[in-house]
Design a protein around this ligand. Sequence first.
Ligand code: ADP
Length: 484
Amino acid sequence: DPRRVTVFGMTEHRHHRGGEWPEHSAAFEVHDPYTGEVFATVAACDQNDARLAVEAAAEAFPAWAELSAEDKATLFLRAADVVERRRAEIAETLARETGCTIFFANFQQDLVKQELRQAANWVYLPKGEILQSNVPGTYSTAVRRPLGVVASFTPWNGANVLAWRAVLSPLAAGNTVVVKPSELAPISAGLIVAEIAEEAGFPPGVVNVVTHAPGEAKAIADEFFANPTVRCVNFIGSVKTARMLAERAGRALKRSVMELGGYNPMIVLDDVDLDYAVRTGAFSAFFHQGQICMNARKILVQRGIYSEFVERLAERARSLPMGDPKDPATIIGPLITPDAVATVHARVAEAVSAGARIVTGGRSDGQVFEPTILVDVPDSCTMSYEETFGPVVIVQPVDSADEAVEIANRPLYGLTSAILTGDTYRGFELAGRIKCGAVHVNIPTIDDEIQAPIGGVRDSGWGRTGPYSLHDFSDLIWVNVQSG
Ligand code: ADP
């Protein structure tokens, strides 16, 4: 297998460019977040490798752009079949590399299949218009054209589904892609996509993956910004990194698409079915150990049901099986790194020292952090307004729906939100006042339908997923023809 070699009993993964799996001069280690052991080693690419990958993508671009919609669609459909065939083995890789549960690993793969099958249709969507012209005999038209090479930065959290998302829309719009996966999940967030694309028969150079060691992201990014062939920086990650990349994209006059974090309020009104609210709250707060940009960070509960809600949510939090993500019964697996565990502890400690109370949780065992509920958290605490990637949620009483909406709109983030109420019409009415890219009424803050426009407002970024992102990855060109 040219994609991987075995070195001292350990699998070493090569990177991918121009349809090849070139040899590398250095490798770095990827750790299993549950056992802490080295799980694989991966090619540590440098700036020159990034340049060669961009060149491979540029070379592949004209033919890919010209490939018929039907031929592109066929490749997406074949890739979905490969995902189906490799399901069990990929699920295990996702669990071992990123600490996601087998449930989430399979959920990601189901989404990937849906996405690939829908992308087969997106290739038919970019379309133009015929404009009215003042000059008789003129065919004045507006047509969509792909940009060229898109550089996609992918994160480790929903690694596999987000990596596919970061390549599918650019590809469907006719671009070729260089993926720079997170150094914490180079296989799930990058190499798996390249392997499947190759197995499905995508032409060489259409999907390239540049893996890199920790601390080398900037060197790889330098090449993307410096290289005039790269026309768009497509980023999924943190606000902090996004500010820097968007600034650099601005200076280099490259288009940028930014899919960032969120704070994600959930509002629970007192006419709600409490059982449903508790289940939905626990799922929204604790799914994937709170490491998804869509997790609920603050639950605002109307005062009449506040105490009972807190008590029952705590009961549920304590009942969630924790431990080895590879055990199908596990719901709470490990956080991604020891540093992540330390950050969550520090934020909880900050809140507690400011007067907050831990209702349940607050401890960790290895990298597994207990589902944690905080109450009485002062607004000044970092946890009150900043995304914290861990299974920690704040619950806070409110006197009215109006107060809930006001508090929900305070953070500068604006990704997703939820309103739980027995009165659907009221939920609808409140939804219009929430400043987020998604408002779910009687649905968790975490919801994923690839045909929907998923993305943020305000500090959660710009750009939308799937069919709604095709315009981000194409230009509108005026083609004006005088036939007379
Ligand atoms: P997180 O903190 O959740 O890991 P980041 O925003 O740090 O999120 O990471 C998202 C992506 O941004 C990863 O692919 C990472 O390698 C990349 N990244 C981080 N720092 C830089 C940088 N200085 N230049 C370019 N890319 C970076």
